[in-house]
Design a protein around this ligand. Structure first.
Ligand code: NPQ
Ligand code: MG
Length: 369
């Protein structure tokens, strides 16, 4: 049992080493909200991996700030926690705002892990010491630039490659990637850039032996995803279409795909993320851990989640250096030369937040008592 004395929010901005471009836009820096909870002389850390605009998710830095400061923070501050489920229960009356909820729930996981001397992977029931990882590559200026990028990442240890696609940057690009790298474990992510009217175009990807096509259709259209899956040989992986356990159940029932990308932020916490993992496992759907360009804090929670047994496909969990000149945690996350990442074993997130680096990246700060 540990009492949360206070909740602190940090709006953090870290420049990206290269801009990241998807079908929904392009960003040069990461703006996220870091959440700290103090209690029992300890400090737990979480990340609401939001962004400046409502493109990937409807949440933004401003909505996370507002909802954490005015609703979620006050519900958790001053309360006794015996398990992270207590935090999830206290936050449940707030509808939606999953990224914000994950930030605070994750901080409580870290706090309780530290108090109990357990890593978050241990608390979750993780079974792996290393998790398989890959790299997600944004839309590039040209195909040769993309091929160079892939080569660069392979040299850094990444095996599985994910390319972002959008209309005008899809079948032809994938064909050229396949010609150059015939054996690379390859997948694509459309971030909802297509409709069912593009089914033939997407079916043209079938011949390129992709691991999966991620989120081809709109985020709320499980029925069309099911229809598209019937027309494709390549497995569809759902990302944006699975914001909750209920949505995962619907997707399985409808056959809207065959794989789920689980991001603890998108689903509103590690507790729900684990429940979706369990459901998928019972139904024979492999899962993998997605990423939202998190700092080392969110990254630590992702790595812990990916140590669960159903995470049988490589995650979008890359080294800190893939995104940032310098991460705000120590040690930074690195990729091993067999395309794995080692799960931290220390208490809580198992890495230390470096106060000077956090301070240097902080745009504003507020305390919720
Ligand atoms: C995805 N992530 O799987 C997301 C998309 C995403 C690693 O491909 C700022 C800039 C925030 C880009 C959050 C990866 C973002 C972002 C999510 C991209 O769909
Ligand atoms: Mg995705």
């Amino acid at each position: 049992m540990i009492k949360v004395d206070r909740v602190e929010l940090y709006h953090v901005r870290l420049p990206l080493v290269q801009p990241f471009e998807t079908s929904f836009g392009r960003e040069d820096a990461r703006d996220t909200v870091i959440v700290a909870v103090r209690g029992g002389g300890l400090m737990g850390w979480g990340e609401a991996a939001t962004s400046v605009g409502p493109w990937y998710e409807y949440e933004t830095v401003e909505t996370c700030w507002h909802v954490l400061r005015d609703f979620l923070g006050p519900r958790v501050a001053g309360q006794e926690m015996s398990s992270p489920d207590d935090a999830a229960r206290l936050m449940a009356p707030v509808r939606g705002h999953h990224l914000a909820k994950m930030g605070l729930e994750a901080a409580v996981w870290d706090l309780l892990g530290q108090a109990q001397g357990c890593s978050i992977a241990q608390l979750l029931g993780g079974t792996r010491e290393r998790v398989a990882v890959g790299v997600s590559i944004g839309v590039q200026a040209s195909v040769p630039a993309l091929l160079d990028r892939i080569e660069e990442y392979q040299a850094q240890g990444y095996n599985r490659i994910k390319c972002k696609i959008k209309p005008g940057w899809d079948v032809d690009v994938v064909r050229q990637v396949r010609e150059r790298f015939p054996d690379v474990p390859l997948m694509v992510d459309a971030n909802s850039a297509y409709t069912l009217a593009d089914a033939d175009r997407l079916a043209a990807l079938d011949e390129h032996d992709l691991l999966m096509i991620e989120q081809p259709l709109p985020y709320d259209d499980l029925v069309d995803h099911a229809e598209l899956q019937r027309r494709l040989r390549t497995p569809i992986c759902l990302d944006e279409s699975v914001p909750s356990l209920a949505a995962a159940r619907a997707a399985v029932a409808l056959g809207s795909g065959r794989i789920v990308n689980i991001k603890p932020g998108r689903v509103g916490g590690l507790t729900v993320a684990r429940a979706i993992h369990d459901l998928c496992r019972e139904n024979g759907w492999p899962v993998w851990c997605g990423g939202m360009l998190e700092t080392g804090i969110g990254r630590a929670h992702n790595v812990a989640l990916a140590s669960l047994p159903g995470f049988t496909l490589p995650g979008d969990i890359s080294a800190s250096a893939r995104y940032f000149h310098r991460d705000i945690v120590e040690p930074e996350f690195v990729v091993n030369d067999d395309s794995t990442m080692t799960v931290p074993t220390g208490p809580g997130i198992g890495v230390a937040v470096v106060p000077e680096r956090l301070a240097a990246a902080t745009q504003r700060r507020v305390t919720v008592v």
